[in-house]
Write a protein that binds this ligand. Structure first.
Ligand code: DQA
Length: 148
């Protein structure tokens, strides 16, 4: 049974609640953190929940996860569509990673259809708003429990 997972949020997600609520909803990142911690507790797993607006900060958090966590849920924000460095960080630590987005990136602008993270992720959850975070916890735990 995995004891702990990292939920990592990228640029601009600290503004959830007020940032384009018609796209991202009115739930704040602090609300989502509470939802995740409550859900994870029910599932018997610990969660580290963090956010950075900086690519290097996200990479450092992924590297540090190797020592402490069994897997990663990553909403990399716009870095999803541009960051080979984040993709390489995930490949380097070899921790199972779920790519997550609040919005359905495939129903939006063409530049959001490309994801470097998806190339190295176990799977992708998008389009379910804040509820996607608890779906991602269940998806990651299922993957870890099955071992595949
Ligand atoms: C996002 C989708 C990205 O395209 C965007 O740049 C974000 C948020 C989402 O959660 O829907 O910052 O990752």
């Amino acid at each position: 049974m995995p004891s702990s997972i990292l939920i990592l949020n990228g640029p601009n997600l600290n503004l959830l609640g007020t940032r384009q609520p018609e796209v991202y909803g009115r739930t704040t990142l602090a609300d989502i953190e509470v939802m995740c911690k409550t859900h994870a507790k029910q599932r018997g797993v610990r969660v580290e929940f963090t956010q950075s607006n900086h690519e290097g900060g996200l990479i450092d958090a992924i590297h540090a996860a190797r020592a402490t966590h069994s897997g990663i849920i990553l909403n990399a924000g716009a870095y999803t569509h541009s960051s080979i460095a984040l993709m390489d960080a995930i490949s380097s630590v070899e921790l199972p990673t779920i790519e997550l987005h609040l919005s359905n990136i495939h129903a939006r602008e063409d530049f959001r259809h490309q994801s470097y993270i998806a190339r190295v992720a176990v799977g992708v959850i998008c389009g379910f708003g804040a509820a996607g975070y608890t779906l991602a916890i269940d998806a990651l735990l299922g993957h870890l429990e099955r071992g595949s």
